[in-house]
Design a protein around this ligand. Structure first.
Ligand code: NIG
Ligand code: FE
Length: 395
């Protein structure tokens, strides 16, 4: 891929106007001016779609979500707003624990239906690939159920991530015993059933330590699973160092990175996934996107959609926060949802670009790219195509 998602400028974005894109079996076969299309190729074209002068972009990629869950955490919003911290709520059995209780009670069909319904909102916003994590089961049976629900999702491309070490389930008294159980019992079963593309862990005070992450990643590598981490979200744990040791394809949140950490992450092969909707809802700091980008780092942005820290899958909110609170430029926001996000999922050769050989994942937008990520609640997507098939809109 020519584009690396670093030091991005406007010309790096695949904004297509007045061109012809030829799709064959869900992939892009040819891109160019209509009068340049060969007679031979023209003869093979069975169906033509005219997007009437509107702009076509690569489909957006939401590269970090927790969108398979049951229940709601509305009451916690109120508690947090009255000053109770996220960690305190977790300690009292609320937070992730509350979603675990609701998700354990839900059947596989119910979880699948809930997720599929949420996918509608994503498709209506031009999202064509969604990463989804487990992590609300925290037992062999319920983690497998969650991962099966992720596999059941249709219409959108999915990447499935096992997040067994998300929080301590109530059956365990300490994190080390639980990590051992994850490594010995859940991970082998997940790998055998081929239910996850990679693994994730929440490295944080009161959750899991970098040492436990090291043990977990080592086991994951032995199953050939990629590693990523929720790290430096609420405090500096130096979890990024452990994750990088295992070639983490992404480092997620990274709000509390220090200067040296920013430099290391920017120079690494990994992609920093920034999740400002969670930062907004939790009233934490925002990550230093400018320093990461200006020092040559690759940045992706994602919703983090979940019922607790980020109960919104609204791309316009995500983009506006990225611009206002993290000072990202408009083209950096678009890159963060396309090229950057493709790298974060290690799918940079398949998605995130409009070029020959890439998946035919597009969104058609009404008006100019400047209309994107400007008004919260307004995200002018006319149509969404996944692997050449229209799943939203009329154009
Ligand atoms: O990315 N930080 C850990 N996990 C999620 C929150 C999950 C939840 O609160 O249910 C996050 O913010
Ligand atoms: Fe998350």
């Amino acid at each position: 891929m020519k584009k690396q998602g670093r030091k991005v400028d406007l010309s790096d974005l695949d904004l297509k106007k007045n061109v012809c894109i030829v799709v064959d079996q869900g992939k892009i076969k040819w891109v160019g001016k209509q009068d340049k299309i060969s007679k031979e190729l023209k003869k093979q074209i069975k169906q033509t779609i005219d997007v009437k002068g509107n702009t076509v972009l690569p489909g957006f990629i939401d590269c970090h979500t927790h969108m398979v869950f049951a229940g709601s955490r509305q009451h916690e919003f109120e508690l947090r707003n009255q000053g109770v911290s996220y960690q305190e709520i977790n300690k009292q059995g609320g937070g992730i624990g509350s979603t675990v209780r609701a998700t354990r009670k839900a059947s596989l069909d119910h979880l699948t239906n809930l997720a599929q319904d949420r996918v509608k909102k994503h498709l209506s916003q031009g999202v064509t690939t969604v990463e989804v994590k487990s992590g609300y089961g925290l037992s062999l049976k319920d983690e497998i159920k969650m991962l099966k629900a992720i596999k059941n999702i249709k219409k959108v491309n999915t990447v499935s991530t096992f997040l067994g070490p998300h929080s301590l389930p109530k059956e365990f008294n300490d994190h080390q015993t639980y990590i051992d159980y994850v490594i010995d019992k859940i991970l082998p079963a997940v790998s055998k059933a081929q239910l996850a593309d990679r693994v994730d862990i929440f490295i944080e005070k009161g959750f899991f330590t970098p040492t436990q992450a090291d043990q977990y990643f080592k086991a994951a590598k032995s199953f050939n699973l990629g590693c990523i981490a929720h790290t430096e979200q609420l405090s500096l744990q130096n979890g990024y160092k452990t994750a990088l040791k295992y070639d983490a394809v992404s480092l997620d949140h990274v709000i509390e990175l220090d200067k040296a950490g920013i430099k290391t992450v920017a120079k690494s092969k990994s992609t920093a996934i920034l999740l400002p909707i969670a930062d907004f809802y939790l009233k934490t700091n925002y990550p230093n996107a400018r320093a990461l980008i200006d020092q040559g780092g690759r940045v992706a942005i994602a919703t983090d959609y979940n019922p607790g820290s980020a109960p919104s899958q609204d791309l316009s909110l995500l983009g506006v926060l990225s611009r206002l609170e993290m000072k990202m430029k408009l083209h950096e926001v678009i890159s963060g949802l396309t090229v950057g996000a493709a790298f974060a999922l290690n799918k940079q050769n398949q998605i995130g670009c409009i070029d020959i050989g890439y998946q035919a994942d597009f969104c058609v937008i009404d008006g100019d790219v400047g209309d994107l990520f400007y008004q919260i609640g307004h995200h002018p997507v006319l149509s969404t195509y996944v692997r050449g098939v229209r799943h939203f809109g009329k154009l």
